[in-house]
Ligand binder design. Sequence first.
Ligand SMILES: [Zn+2]
Length: 60
Amino acid sequence: MKGGEFGFACPCCGEPNELFIDPEERGQVVVMDCRVCCRPIEIALPLNPDEAPDVRPEDQ
Ligand SMILES: [Zn+2]
């Protein structure tokens, strides 16, 4: 992962979503709403660009 588009399945409804990753957000947790079910999703962006971001529902 070098920044740019990160595609993932929503942990709530399983629908595909995309997040544009700003390299300056590495090491942070960003929250976005699923474009289908509108539930908040937390995405933990690893500092290491070779690691996959951790995706989880915000309420867990
Ligand atoms: Zn969803």
